[in-house]
Design a protein around this ligand. Structure first.
Ligand code: FE2
Length: 161
């Protein structure tokens, strides 16, 4: 598995969770799906920030990578808001819509601009090594507890990548 394939696969999983969340009609299933989604986004953001962005940040991609990290910050702020809301709150699904728009925009930019550039700039072996590092960190985060709970502490500034 290479890093770009792995990240794209996670994007598809996140999209599926948004669809599932929009279909959930009551508070309990909404809470369950949202928790899954928030964990997936938290893990995805962390492994990108820790392993993918630093490796992908070259002269030609620096602007894109910095923008991506700022977009992560925006998403984390919405996730932090959502963690404090009850799914029965009328504002909950409104914020879910904003989060979905943020995520979709971010995914489009990554898959349309950043990933194709990185694919050209890095060797296959590098992409495989990044994937292995991301996989390892993802497993640690999932084993250590509840990935979404670290999001509120990451909302003051964008990750340094
Ligand atoms: Fe990202």
């Amino acid at each position: 598995m290479d890093a770009i394939k792995m990240l794209k696969k996670q994007h598809r999983e996140v999209e599926a969770l948004f669809k599932e969340l929009e279909k959930a009609k009551s508070a309990n299933p909404r809470r369950k799906v949202f928790e899954k989604l928030a964990d997936a986004l938290a893990v995805h953001a962390t492994i990108e920030e820790r392993h993918f962005y630093p490796a992908a940040k070259k002269k030609q991609t620096e602007e894109m990578v910095l923008e991506a990290a700022e977009e992560h910050l925006e998403m984390k702020r919405v996730i932090a808001d959502l963690l404090e809301l009850e799914p029965s709150d009328p504002v909950f699904m409104a914020k879910v819509s904003v989060l979905k728009e943020d995520v979709m925009h971010h995914v489009e930019e990554e898959e349309g601009e950043l990933f194709p550039k990185v694919q050209k700039l890095l060797e296959d072996e590098e992409l495989e090594a990044i994937a292995a590092a991301m996989q390892e960190t993802a497993e640690v985060l999932q084993r250590e507890g509840v990935p979404r709970m670290s999001v509120p502490s990451e909302t003051s500034e964008a990750a340094h990548v």
